[in-house]
Design a protein around this ligand. Structure first.
Ligand SMILES: N[C@@H](CCC(=O)N[C@@H](CS)C(=O)NCC(=O)O)C(=O)O
Length: 203
């Protein structure tokens, strides 16, 4: 299988961490692509009409996207139970919450990258920051017991979202007022799967 990949993407990282935790990372070849909404890589457009990564190209079936479908597929393939049936709605909701944080954070990155400073829409960027801030509060208020339980893709997604905030949006200072979440993340970030997928500083 080939995973269309960029080391800076939190969504790709979620899929890679899932593959490592599921024990099937060696079955996946990473194919580096540089893609963005203003210059979609040809291979990405061919694999996923939406033009986003990750996409998982399989030999024995259609290409899979987006990251939620890929993670669920990898877990099914490995039989790794990272989506435990007994807590499935919680796991999927937590994954969705983390994906929403990543979406908001990635959109801020794009606004900064693709728009000149004077043309950026400050109110819109604040709206994205508010989404992240509300999500952090929800994690701290309602999800800590789940985060402390057996490994799920929900936890993996949250860790990748928080790691991306550190990587691109240090100015948001997400740890402020979220001590327990920060402690949980420090521990999670020391897993081999997280260390192996750390984006290089220049990415
Ligand atoms: N919902 C998608 C989001 C993926 C996504 O936003 N990927 C970004 C990279 S982090 C991307 O491909 N951006 C290119 C673009 O917007 O054209 C998923 O879960 O895979």
């Amino acid at each position: 299988m080939q995973l269309l990949h960029s080391p800076a993407s939190p969504f790709v990282r979620k899929a890679r961490v899932t593959a490592i935790e599921a024990g099937i990372a060696d079955r996946i070849e990473l194919v580096d692509v540089h893609t963005s909404a203003v210059a979609t890589h040809q291979a990405v457009a061919a694999a996923n009409p939406v033009g986003k990564i990750p996409a998982l190209i399989r030999e024995d079936g259609p290409t899979l996207y987006d990251s939620r479908v890929i993670c669920r597929y990898l877990d099914w393939l490995a039989g790794s139970r990272l989506y435990p049936e007994s807590r499935i709605w919680e796991v999927l909701t937590l994954e969705s919450l983390a994906d929403g944080m990543m979406d908001a954070a990635v959109l801020i990155t794009y606004e900064r990258r693709f728009r000149d400073e004077g043309k950026r829409h400050e109110g819109w960027m604040q709206g994205q920051r508010d989404r992240i801030s509300r999500s952090l509060d929800a994690l701290a208020d309602r999800w800590m017991s789940h985060l402390g339980g057996p490994l799920t893709v929900g936890q993996i997604a949250v860790a990748c979202a928080l790691a991306y905030l550190d990587f691109r949006h240090e100015d948001l200072d997400w740890r402020a007022g979220h001590g327990a979440l920060s402690d949980w993340y420090e521990k999670f970030a020391s897993r081999e799967s997280m260390i192996a997928t750390r984006p290089p500083s220049g990415a």
